[in-house]
Design a protein around this ligand. Sequence first.
Ligand SMILES: CC(=O)N[C@@H]1[C@@H](OP(=O)(O)OP(=O)(O)OC[C@H]2O[C@@H](n3ccc(=O)[nH]c3=O)[C@H](O)[C@@H]2O)O[C@H](CO)[C@@H](O)[C@@H]1O
Length: 372
Amino acid sequence: MSNDSQILFCFGSRPELIKLAPVYHNLKSHFNITPRLCDTGQQKDLLADLYQELDITADIRLSVMKSGQSLDQLIATLTAQLPEVIKRLHPDLVVVQGDTASAFTAAMVAGGQNVAVAHVEAGLRTYDITSPFPEEIYRQGISKIAAWHFCPTEQARLNLLKEGHPENRIFVTGNTVIDMILRQKNTSLPILAGRDGKRPYFLITLHRRESQGEPLRNTLATLMEFAITNPAYDLVMPLHPNPATSTVVQEMLGRHDNIFLIDPLPYPKFVALMSGAFAIITDSGGIQEEAPSLNVPVIVVRTKTERPEGVENGCLRLAGTERATILQELDLLIHDKAHYKSMQTAENPFGDGHAAEKIAHHLKDIAESYHT
Ligand SMILES: CC(=O)N[C@@H]1[C@@H](OP(=O)(O)OP(=O)(O)OC[C@H]2O[C@@H](n3ccc(=O)[nH]c3=O)[C@H](O)[C@@H]2O)O[C@H](CO)[C@@H](O)[C@@H]1O
């Protein structure tokens, strides 16, 4: 590849940076290519420490967030600012990851400037644009624009083939988050004030937009009931900075002996917290992929998942957001040892830890083919 060839990564959230970091490091170490990085600023606070932890520096940091801003306003601001970035850097290829507003807008702007787009974590689908909302809209939109698709699983590839994408533009690589999790060094568990470290705990994260309102309240009331009736277990919950969820969580789960609400944790500490958990209750996407590599069962409090492979393999259970189904899954975990063991030992279908090197290899060839 000629030295002048340019790859630009555009991202804005914690999971995008976590999942793009292994690709970035592979391009640098195996091909001597340093991709340019444009951080849109969508989750500025969550990314602050992450750069240091991942040994990465962004070339461009936009500052697009305003308090109370809607996703439409964010997209409008990014649509106004990104063309200038792309014109100035003149990349041969723009790489986006996943399903955020930043990824969607970057793909749209790059596509509009006739710059090829490559999509990491392509082909995840529920085919319901209300769940996850608005991520399903963003990822379907990105697939329409992208010329190259890196799928974590064979199922994701089949989704894209069914939608008519050409076979020779789709690569099954595994998910880069597995590369990341397998390379995490053992970090000691964070000490939580007032918590006896010997008690088993459920780790909880909740932040999906479509759950806000009734589904979130149902889930939280159920978790409180579980905490009261099962005092031998602790519930530990790092709060997502989105006030729409954290305010309700504080109101409904605050001030209870075996419930610990904490600030978001730096990635290595969070991985340690996942590793030590009895089980995880979450609506996060990345955690559904990571936890099976740590042999920790996951209860997904969503009505749909775009990760059916995890349910089929037995590492994830889809509990929905209703009291009866959530309690049923939690009771099974604490009372049925064979069930717990089978979840704990189920194979992780989302990757083998070599996704990033495969993607980096393709990106190098692709960028070279576009370079003039
Ligand atoms: C619809 C959907 O599923 N979409 C997903 C969505 O992301 P998500 O739902 O996975 O987002 P979060 O749950 O916020 O982040 C998770 C990451 O954060 C780490 N973590 C967590 C708490 C903490 O205190 N400290 C941390 O370090 C954790 O280990 C994990 O790696 O967008 C991504 C980007 O496009 C997509 O890839 C992805 O499909």
